[in-house]
Design a protein around this ligand. Structure first.
Ligand SMILES: [Zn+2]
Length: 375
């Protein structure tokens, strides 16, 4: 069995449902200590995090990722137990297989081979690992980054092990992510008997034209790296349940996925403009989960792109699609940041899996990237 496959299975046996780590990080730390890494455990609240480094000069290449996994859903609907990693049809099944324990194992075995061959490598290799990426993400990478930033630690090249491959292993790396901005809008009306509408104010009727205008708005056209900004309603709730009552308020939740053509502030301003133009009485509570970020093509995208091609023969493309990741926090201290990992078709689903044939090549790609940037 390949050492990467073996370590992937060891990590998958630990039921590290977010934000628990269940010993995953100590498994990684033991291997890193054997390679001469300096380890700093940085727990915050219930969350386990660590920063590790080997080397004292630049450039700093950091492998970043998370040991936590999303909940399993109904265990009896899995074909094999989510925390008993099982190989069927050349795929390794279990929670965290693709997101992202295979990547964590590949980081370790890639580094082991690299360090064994080049004990006096150039630059610094670092690891930034958290157990709070899939949950609220308040005590994870964001806190570690704050601590590193406060002491002037920066990263030149950061590789996040998120599963980014789409159709074929190696076909996609993410060189940025869209921003995510949520709003909770409460439109106020006046509750009343539905037979006496002149004595009430229907908040659904008041909100509808404003929502139509927001839904039709062209926020931007995107740019070279980002698709157009999109605004979507996720929830609307109103009404008392009775058919003869005009409700007193209407609750609407919405979310922006936005490009670098906008900032959270410019989007907020435009939403308020539209709501105000409809004369609504409303409250609006905002939550910014992440600003958009981008890494321009350069040394890191070239290194990992050519490593992917050498190992798999696949021409990779740069993409900024998909949800948010901890890249949004780490980019603050990282000059160049990309995400690359296995095929993401099964992540967060029942019967999550990774192709066994992709696991060792993933480790080879990370190793070749180290060779290109730190040899
Ligand atoms: Zn993930």
């Amino acid at each position: 069995m390949s050492s990467t496959l073996e370590l992937t299975q060891q990590l998958m046996q630990l039921d590290s449902i977010t934000p628990r780590d269940e010993g995953c990080q100590e498994l990684m730390i033991a291997r890193l200590e054997d390679m001469g890494f300096t380890i700093e455990r940085m727990p915050f609240g219930d969350v386990s995090n660590f920063w590790a480094h080997r080397g004292h000069s630049g450039p700093v290449l950091c492998f970043a990722g998370h040991t936590d996994v999303v909940p399993t859903g109904p265990v009896d609907q899995w074909q094999s137990h989510p925390f008993h990693p099982t190989i069927r049809n050349d795929h390794l099944f279990g929670r965290g297989a693709a997101d992202m324990k295979a990547s964590l194992a590949a980081f370790i075995t890639a580094t082991e081979r690299f360090v064994a061959a080049r004990p006096n490598h150039a630059g610094t290799i670092a690891f930034l690992i958290t157990s709070d990426e899939e949950g609220v993400a308040t005590d994870g990478s964001v806190r570690v980054v704050e601590a590193l930033e406060a002491r002037g630690q920066h990263i030149d090249y950061c590789i996040v092990g998120e599963p980014t491959s789409d159709q074929v292993f190696g076909d996609t790396i993410k060189n940025g992510r869209r921003g995510s901005l949520s709003g909770h809008l409460i439109v106020h009306g006046i509750q009343g008997h539905i037979a006496y509408p002149q004595l009430a104010k229907n908040p659904i009727h008041l909100a509808a034209p404003a929502l139509a205008e927001l839904a039709a708005e062209v926020w931007d056209d995107g740019n070279e790296y980002f698709p157009p900004t999109s605004w979507q309603v996720s929830n609307i709730h109103s009404g008392t349940g009775a058919t003869n009552v005009i409700p007193g308020h209407c609750d609407i939740k919405f979310n922006f996925r936005f490009s670098t053509e906008h900032t959270a502030e410019t989007l907020k301003d435009r939403v308020h403009q539209i709501l105000d133009s409809h004369g609504l009485a409303y409250e609006l509570h905002w939550l910014l989960s992440g600003n958009p970020f981008i890494t321009q093509p350069g040394a890191l995208t070239d290194a990992i792109g050519s490593a992917i091609h050498e190992v798999t023969g696949v021409e990779t493309v740069l993409s900024t699609t998909g949800g948010t990741s901890d890249g949004r926090f780490i980019k603050r201290i990282a000059r160049e940041l990309v995400e690359f990992g296995p095929i993401n078709a099964s992540i967060h689903k029942l019967n999550e899996c990774v192709s066994v044939d992709d696991i060792e090549p993933l480790s080879r790609i990370y190793e070749k990237t180290l060779l290109k940037l730190l040899a």
